[in-house]
Structures are given as C-alpha cells and as structure tokens.
Ligand binder design. Structure first.
Ligand code: TXA
Ligand code: MG
Length: 331
C-alpha cells in the first residue's frame, strides 16, 4: 500500500504505524536522500529473508543497515576505526555507507555471510523519523527488483515491488538520486567500493588518502559482492555514447521505425518527439537527481532503445558515469 507523507514533516501517526510494521517483522519502503530503501528489522533473520525474496536478490549480495543516530552503530559494529569516526563526523547524516566489522548479533543474512557489515545514517527527514520510531537497526537495499533501475519515487517502488512490501511511504522524489558512496574502513587507507555523490576528493580531504582496489594497496579490501553484476538496468537496451554519435544513432533508429528514447545534457538539439527526448541538467548534482526518473520514464513509455549522451570523463561525473556504464552492460 502506498501512503503519502510530507517529505519534511511526516505525520507522526503514519511513522508510528510504519515503525510498528518493522518491529513486527514486516517490510516498509521509505525514502532516503539517495533512493528509496526496502526496510526490514536488521536483527530479525526472517524479516531479512523477506527482503531478499521481495527483491529477487541473490543471497551473496549483502544489505546496508540504517540507523537514526551514529551512537546506535554499536548495535551492529564490533569495531569503529578512527577513519570511520572521522568520515561519520564529516558526512553523517548523509549519503555515505561505511563497511566495518560485524557484531555477532547481526544475522548472517544481512551481510551475506561476511564478517563485515555496511552501515549508514541517512539524512532524509522521513528516514530519520522512521528509524527513530522503529528503535531497531533497519536493513534496506534499494527498493527495486534486483538488477532493475533504483527507485527515486514511491510510484517507482510500487511499480517494481507492488504487493511484496507491506507499506510504501511516498514522499516524492529523492534529492540526491543515486545510491550512497560505499567505503571499506576495515582497511587503512580506506577503499571506495561504490562511487557516489560524496566524491573521492571529499573523502580524501577527511582521511588523507584512499587505497586503490585495483592496485591492492587497500590490503584485504574485497570488492562489494553486489557490484559485479549487471545493475541499474532499464528493460530497454541502453547505449552510452558521445553527443554527435548519439544524435546519429537516434536518427537512424527512428528511420528504422524503432521506438527510441534519449537522454541528453543540453536542450540545444531541435527535436519534435517530445517525451522521448529528455534533457537533464549539465551539472552532476542535477543530473544524478534526475537520471533514474528519466530511465523509468523511458521504460514506462515502452521504448526499445535508450541512447544516452555520455557525460564528460571528469571526477565530479564519476558516480553518474559508473551507473550509466553498468546500465549499458548487456547481461
Ligand atoms: O543509498 C543507498 O545506499 C541505498 C539507500 C536505500 O540507503 N541503498 C542501497 O542498497 O543502495 P543496495 O543493497 O542496493 O546496495 C548495497 C551495496 C551493494 O553493492 C552491496 O554489495 C554493498 O553495498 N555492501 C553491503 N554490505 C557490504 C559488505 N559487508 N561489504 C562490502 N560491500 C557491501
Ligand atoms: Mg540496489
């Protein structure tokens, strides 16, 4: 069931009902500042099982545990390294996830059998209110079927998960728009496992240096199990290519009678096909906030092909490019 809530001041009665569902072992989808999460009590192994079942998520891909307050990290983490404390102080609440060692109370289902656990304190007022009221740590992957595009509105969640979730708190569009930056702080220097809008430079300013997973300077850091698969993928085939080539591809596909959608970074291209040509802001923050909604819209329109103009290869676009490249991967 979809329940509208005010994004800034959610009705306490609605939040109380959602918290009750979580404490009773049920699933609640809720907005975070990044994307919508599919929440269940992280200390309840049966609830965690329901999350995997609802998403069709492979058992090897661990979940992120969300808490209202950094002080509650002690419920799930065995160890809190200095780098974790520094990063938490700088970026929480906010779109950063830290991988730390797991307390034995955390069911192995949450961490897919790993001895580490991913934790995050989200800043969205609805997430904050829900986590405070639930008084349990909440395991929440993105609220979509596995491999699909992540949801940034309540209707995206409803479309993807439908009745598999007991309640959807719908607070409209999420402001950041792509998933949190994931950083492994069990190794020193820490290693980025998934890029996000908190950038490499932002992190380096706080911890001094980061390990390079490719060069293994991060010692034991293992890749995020979930980052190996095809991901964030629309139903249509997605092609990521430079501006001029993108225009050529779109024209050719149309001539061939294909139903083609496209996403550009500027509106300087005369076009008449309305809804199927989406212009996103030529700036990483605005682009990230709109990209998943754009992909959902084109999929809903039933296009066969989505042509995306490749954003510039610059550090501030890194997280967005990562998502687009994964979406373009045919799997
Ligand atoms: O912004 C976000 O992070 C959203 C919102 C809902 O918080 N959540 C999210 O969750 O994106 P999910 O499940 O779609 O992605 C979690 C990522 C996966 O790539 C997973 O492999 C990684 O975090 N992860 C979780 N626990 C881990 C662990 N112990 N070690 C390494 N990677 C882990
Ligand atoms: Mg996900």
């Amino acid at each position: 069931m979809l329940q509208r809530v005010d994004p800034l001041r959610p009705d306490p009665a609605i939040i109380a009902r959602a918290a009750e569902i979580l404490r009773g072992g049920g699933l609640v989808a809720f907005p975070t500042e990044t994307v919508y999460g599919l929440g269940g009590n992280a200390l309840d192994a049966a609830a965690v099982e329901r999350i995997y079942a609802a998403k069709g998520r492979p058992a090897y891909n661990p979940l992120i545990v969300h808490v209202a307050d950094p002080a509650r990290i002690i419920d799930v983490a065995r160890d809190w390294p200095d780098n974790a404390a520094r990063l938490a102080r700088s970026f929480w609440p906010g779109p950063l996830t830290l991988v730390v060692s797991r307390r034995p109370e955390v069911p192995l289902g949450v961490t897919a059998g790993l001895d580490t656990v991913a934790v995050r304190v989200p800043s969205h007022p609805v997430a904050q209110a829900l986590l405070a009221a639930a008084r349990v740590p909440v395991a929440a992957p993105s609220a979509n079927r596995s491999t699909e595009v992540s949801p940034t509105t309540g209707s995206h969640v409803e479309k993807s998960l439908g009745d598999a979730v007991d309640l959807i708190l719908d607070a409209g569009a999420t402001p950041v728009g792509i998933e949190s930056t994931v950083v492994d702080v069990t190794v020193d220097p820490p290693v980025i496992l998934r890029p996000g809008m908190i950038s490499r430079d932002d992190l380096i300013r706080v911890v001094g240096a980061l390990g390079d997973p490719a060069k293994k300077t991060g010692g034991e850091a293992r890749p995020s199990p979930g980052m190996l698969d095809r991901h964030y993928a629309p139903r249509a085939t997605l092609v990521l290519t430079d501006g001029d080539h993108a225009r050529t591809l779109v024209d050719r596909a149309r001539r061939e009678g294909k139903n083609v959608g496209s996403i550009f970074r500027s509106i300087g291209w005369a076009d008449s096909s309305g809804d199927l040509v989406i212009a996103l802001p030529d700036e990483p923050g605005g682009y990230a906030a709109g990209i998943y909604a754009a992909l959902h819209r084109l999929d809903d329109a039933g296009v066969d092909l989505i042509v995306v103009e490749r954003p510039p290869d610059r550090p501030e676009w890194h997280a967005v490019l990562d998502r687009l490249e994964r979406a373009a991967r045919q799997g």
